[in-house]
Design a protein around this ligand. Sequence first.
Ligand code: GLN
Length: 544
Amino acid sequence: MARYIFITGGVVSSLGKGLMAASLAALLQARGYKVRIRKFDPYLNVDPGTMSPYQHGEVYVTDDGAETDLDLGHYERFTGVSARQSDNVTSGRIYQQIIARERRGDYLGATVQVIPHVTDAIKQFALAEASDLDFVLCEIGGTVGDIESLPFIEAIRQLRNDLPRDQTALIHVTLVPYISAAGELKTKPTQHSVRELTSLGVQPDLLLCRCEQPLPDNERAKIALFCNVRKEAVIPALDASSIYAVPSQYHAEGLDHEVLRHFGLVAPLPEMARWDDILDRYENPEGEVTIGVVGKYVGLQDAYKSLNEALVHGGMANRVKVKIRWLDAELFEQGDAEIAAQLEPMHGILVPGGFGERGSEGKIASVRFARERNVPFFGICLGMQMACIEGARNTAGIAAASSTEFGPTAEPVVGIITEWMGKEGLEQRSDQGDKGGTMRLGAFEARLSGNSHVSAIYGGATAISERHRHRYEVNVSYRDALEQGGLVFSGMSPDGLLPEIVERPDHPWFVGVQFHPELKSKPFDPHPLFAGFIAAAVQQARLV
Ligand code: GLN
């Protein structure tokens, strides 16, 4: 039977609970255990799919087509375990299910209440599909004390009674701030936060204390005394040099040891060689390249979390440091001089996914710059669509080429996908439909042309599977015109109707993909497209 580790946060948000969960899972995995991580999000959106990247960061898409919290990306990158729809739930989804059941009459006249109906639904979510696992880690979003998280904490309280006593653990992540005027670390916020948790009937077993300064022994003892945990179970978590250093650092502080001790388990020491290798590649690069990412949400890096990580992985694969310059596409609408000034220092140009018209002309202009100057170019999702519009306008003579996403157009080189083969048969959409959960989502196969550049990048593969999240597609009826302009369609959906990959054979490295390869890249397994793109940037850096 799986053991459950619940992870809550106190004092402030942004303590890195997601990374902590991912690191602990990686350590347990490195000791030979089978793990899975789940995220409970207390907000009322059914999923983060309709939330602005500015507010909530990137939407992480799973193979099975769920639009989930970006923490699931951390989990997947650190453990290699593919996340699923059943690994992320929000209050909104739980209420949606309960209200649908109530409308059907499934509750047979009962009064539907938070306890037991909402808490039962949360418990079912936590317990589902766990029979073959050693550990399920459940991270609760938000901070203890938030109104929205109360039903989740209550569900944990109940589960701690429902399950055998030695099958669950609760780790509370807190902040121990350093007050420079006093020259002291302060434990009081941690004490208050644990008191808040215990007032809800839940006693933590371990405390992970985020701190900027080393936690002195006497402060550790004080936290233990006031919070009713063993001193060894108060784990100091100093800021790390990089996220790749976190698992080893937590291990050195005894986190995994204490967790196993709590469960009464004895296991071999974790096999850390793969983490040591990643850290070495990250911290001791043999060169450096600069990549310009031309996008819209450049003010908030969480909006491109997986992309940022995948570029770093591409650097690790080539043993170089990747410096990312986040460039606001709208700036490029000021004219060619601005574009050249910003893009000339770049060894590679990437146009990432995005939504809406704002900045699109700047993205198209940067594709043109990359094409004309032979700078490695990588277009992802909207970035591929922009590459096709650029190709249509400037190499195929279709001056009015545009996307229907930006309004009515006489030359819809990119248009709404009205139907495609989904996992459960034909899916159909119109531009009047709902926005939430209605895109072409999740893993779909693409067939690659035999002698294409992408097929070589994928090690000679002729079929690949990648994750999608888009509502528009490159219009296949423009294929011949675009190919005559030198933009070759080298990857298509199996039915040959949806363009998946375009490339320019006459360019050193020019690839556009309709899917999101960044979602599947891992530090120990960099995605071939990112490894290839960075290799091309290294080549470019040698030339300039
Ligand atoms: N807005 C585009 C579409 O819906 C691209 C989406 C994306 O880049 N993820 O097709």
